[in-house]
Design a protein around this ligand. Structure first.
Ligand SMILES: N[C@@H](CCC(=O)N[C@@H](CS)C(=O)NCC(=O)O)C(=O)O
Length: 213
């Protein structure tokens, strides 16, 4: 049986869960957080990070590695396009979201506004939140807005790039941040479209359990 270690409120873990769901693959969730990992977790994830993944054939960590493995072993309902150029573009946006968006939507907003008060019982760093809202978030949104010219970030197919970008935008939303549709109209419409896909709708429903909504 496939097992995913982590918690869906992490955009990295959510990427893997959405890929599994998109491909119609069953899995069991082993709930753990960076602060509360099971004994021996480092054997599954040598860097100590979530997500980790196991099945009958392999034990791996890192969301990009896991998603690529799922794509290679289950090519139906692909999360990558076929052309090398589009594939490279998808990988770039995945990297951008995994590196830059997580810093702002994840650590800068979600961690401060949700994880600290709700799970760690500590006050958010308001200065850090303000800096992210006023400076960092607008840079990200303007960059994405400038790259959008279709229904999805690359072409007309939902790919891992959309899953990863959308997963980070969800964390910003969970931290009470909404994209201003006047300033970033294409991006606001794109995020709305993503949230209406079956794959996002199902994930948003299951995230509610952890957000006590
Ligand atoms: N490159 C990794 C990053 C995973 C990651 O940073 N996960 C965070 C949770 S959102 C974590 O486990 N942090 C704990 C730590 O860095 O010790 C991936 O794509 O899976």
């Amino acid at each position: 049986m496939r097992k995913v270690y982590g918690v869906s409120l992490s955009p990295y873990v959510r990427k893997v869960l959405m890929t599994l769901n998109l491909k119609g693959l069953d899995y069991e969730m082993v709930h753990c957080t960076p602060m509360d990992k099971p004994e021996g977790f480092e054997e599954l994830s040598p860097l100590g990070k979530i997500p980790a993944y196991i099945d009958d054939a392999i034990s791996i960590s890192d969301s990009s590695v896991i998603c690529q493995y799922l794509e290679d072993t289950h090519p139906d309902n692909p999360i990558f396009p076929t052309s090398p150029i589009d594939k490279a573009k998808v990988r770039w946006f995945e990297e951008y979201a995994d590196t830059k968006m997580i810093e702002v939507c994840g650590s800068g907003l979600f961690f401060e506004r949700v994880v600290k008060p709700a799970f760690l019982q500590i006050e958010p760093d308001e200065e850090r939140v303000r800096e992210n809202l006023e400076h960092e978030m607008p840079k990200i949104l303007s960059y994405l807005e400038s790259k959008l010219d279709g229904n999805y970030i690359i072409g007309e197919q939902l790919t891992l790039a959309d899953i990863t970008i959308g997963s980070n935008l969800l964390n910003a939303r969970y931290a009470n941040y909404e994209i201003d549709a006047q300033q970033w109209p294409k991006l606001a419409a794109y995020f709305q479209r993503l949230c209406e896909t079956d794959c996002f709708k199902a994930q948003i429903e299951s995230d509610k359990v952890f957000l006590n909504q």
